[in-house]
Write a protein that binds this ligand. Structure first.
Ligand code: 5GP
Length: 192
């Protein structure tokens, strides 16, 4: 998606440790027009996939998921990062290692909001090693839900998570796929 790549080139800040900051339009201030275009693009890609629900993870996935969901006309369910008190059998859960915070947390989704009747599009803001996405896929498996595919705003391809999922036959569509980035020069190279 050219518009997104342009915004990443203009406003993205490459940090040490393979972290890309896009706080000016995605992770802090949200550019609603850009997110709307992103939502429309996910709809174009997955319109025929029979999606009944969009699943994401709090917090940054929610804005993107909601914008996309308006095009699909389906609800969004976001996995919450659990407080231990919530951990009972009313919830599906998965342990996830956070790339940005370098710690583990438990993501939970209520059994009320996901079932074997669902065909799910998983959406997230970033894909790096794939831990967050895999956690959500574990929850979908537990629920018996069908996976339509995974929609990612920015994939850092050099971290390999996306290609591993593709190798397993999962449809992963990333709107901007970064092949390399250099925190010293700020250079970002996209996969075409
Ligand atoms: P993964 O689980 O695929 O390793 O990492 C994806 C998750 O970590 C995303 O949900 C996102 O919140 C966060 N993340 C990973 N890399 C970056 C990054 O370079 N920038 C930002 N802002 N978030 C990232």
């Amino acid at each position: 998606m050219q518009l997104l790549k342009q915004r990443i080139r203009e406003e993205g800040v490459v940090k040490k440790g393979n972290v890309l900051k896009v706080d000016s339009f995605l992770n802090h201030r949200i550019d609603t027009q850009l997110l709307d275009a992103i939502g429309e693009e996910f709809y174009r890609l997955f319109a025929d996939a029979g999606v009944t629900k969009i699943v994401t993870i709090e917090a940054s996935g929610i804005g993107v998921a909601v914008m996309a969901a308006r095009y699909f006309g389906v609800p969004v369910v976001f996995a919450k990062k659990a407080k231990t008190a919530q951990l009972d059998d009313e919830f599906y859960s998965a342990r996830i290692h956070s790339f940005t915070h370098n710690n583990d947390y438990t993501a939970i989704i209520s059994r009320k909001y996901l079932s074997a009747e669902d065909t799910v599009l998983v959406i997230d803001d970033f894909l790096a090693n794939g831990e967050a996405t895999r956690g959500l896929l574990t929850i979908l498996d537990d629920a018996g839900a069908k996976l339509a595919g995974v929609g990612i705003v920015i994939e850092k391809g050099f971290q390999g998570g996306g290609d591993k999922l593709r190798a397993e036959g999962i449809r992963v569509e990333s709107l901007a796929l970064i092949d390399s980035m250099d925190w010293e020069t700020g250079e970002i190279v996209f996969r075409e």
